[in-house]
Design a protein around this ligand. Sequence first.
Ligand SMILES: Cc1cc2nc3c(=O)[nH]c(=O)nc-3n(C[C@H](O)[C@H](O)[C@H](O)COP(=O)(O)OP(=O)(O)OC[C@H]3O[C@@H](n4cnc5c(N)ncnc54)[C@H](O)[C@@H]3O)c2cc1C
Length: 520
Amino acid sequence: MKTKSDKSVVVIGAGIGGLSAAIRLAASGLPVTVIEAQATPGGKMRTLPSAAGPVDAGPTVLTMRAVFDDLFAVAGTRIEDHLTLIPQPVLARHWWPDGSRLDLFADPQASQAAIAEFAGGQAADEFGRFHRLSAQLYEAFDAPVMQAARPRLGSIALNAIINPRLWLSLLPRMTLARQMARSFADPRLRQLFGRYATYVGGAPDLSPAVLALIWAAEQRGVWAVQGGMHRLAQVMAGLATGLGASITYGVWARRIERQGGRVTAIELSDGRTLACDQVVFNGDPAALLAGLLGNGPQGALTPQAAHPRSLSAWVWAFAATPQGADLVHHNVFFCADAAREFGPIGKGQMPDEATLYVCAQDRAAGPPDPGTVERFEIIMNAPPKTTQSPGEILQCRNRTFPQLARFGLTFDLPAQDAALTTPQGFSHLFPGSQGSLYGRSPVGILASFQRPGARTQLPGLYLAGGGAHPGAGVPMAALSGRHAAEAILSDLTSASTSHRMVMPGGMSTVSRTTGSAPSR
Ligand SMILES: Cc1cc2nc3c(=O)[nH]c(=O)nc-3n(C[C@H](O)[C@H](O)[C@H](O)COP(=O)(O)OP(=O)(O)OC[C@H]3O[C@@H](n4cnc5c(N)ncnc54)[C@H](O)[C@@H]3O)c2cc1C
């Protein structure tokens, strides 16, 4: 259905959530203006230059493809007409300091066989039970949480009544670490699946057990994007402009103005003021709370919408020729003791030992010829921070490359400091975030219910992005954009219905005659 409006809907930020909202709003016939501070779209889906070309310095793989199939269909096209997606039969290769190694596969039977060889028949049985639990959690949370505008507790409870096995995972004190301790006897498997908490910026011993569903999300397919993940953001920006949206890069939204209790305009760093009735904010909700967009959004969110903060990371993105380890696209080099990683991080310190994720970007379609200069992204978890001491970069280097060398992985050229994005760097790139990469931390069973939804308490101001419901990660951010667009369209429809219902004598049959947002 085409919706009419004179003023543009302004989307602040061309991250995945902002672009997803822009595509849907433009496809509905609304004028849309996207304002992006950086020179390119994508936000965290960014690249850094290297001798082998732009190297991904953000997300490395695409999951929950159906979310994007749906978004591209809204734009009247198909993802495969714009991007080459390379399915990954090996989801990840995992390495431990004791010399053991485990591949997990897109095919669960292959994973079970690999686990049997790795840790024995009992572990393979445990994996089978975990696999089923993960699928059930995914089913229980997909429609009522991820796809819904707000989490529906009643539907989750109903699912748990139908399937009592789920109750245990929903208990208030059931963290992902506890769930993994119940699921697996082998500490390496506990460590492996417990690490899913970090996918949404949490620590395994604080995050809810339901994050075990991430395994089921990966079972639905993991794809690399030919040319790098950043291509997805570029294509999405192209879809938005193709539908009539305008995108201005290199300009900050400085203020969101309100009058009469609702959004009226935004003020830009280039001196312009754009009058608007609806703003989608794709930055970190913490920026609104910190007053970085002026006083207008004051009271739009409660502090709990953005606090406590999720994890940050040290991220290397560089090109070099690797030696000594048989890498696949996705590789995880575990530290010996997860407590020595997450204990210090929880206190805001550099981990004593680090688990390192290594993406060999050019191996998505198989190993390149020996001696090839390849692109790499290495991620080490870190606490959120706005400042850092000069020594910390050296500490990060020492936690990264010597540790990889102990696993036999070396590079012919040392990565330059410029190839490193630090937590402080992230806090500059994403103002108000304090370096957190995933918005509010997923602490506790109620984490899903505490993220802000698309509507805020300020009529006309909507949220989209990893800091809003349903949370962080590329597909979730895209879903948040859908929720923001649907909220705007529904509010516009109810506003125009209200106007149409004004009686000839001027008396309104309903009390609400503007597009003010209903409370959540
Ligand atoms: C190193 C790393 C690895 C990751 N790996 C994965 C992965 O493998 N799989 C996965 O699914 N997810 C992954 N993620 C998470 C995923 O990248 C994010 O959750 C998702 O991209 C966030 O999208 P977003 O919509 O929140 O927008 P963001 O990426 O946060 O972008 C927000 C945009 O808004 C702009 N902006 C903010 N304020 C203003 C303003 N005032 N004026 C103008 N512009 C503004 C910013 O410049 C930015 O471009 C990873 C993230 C990182 C950092």
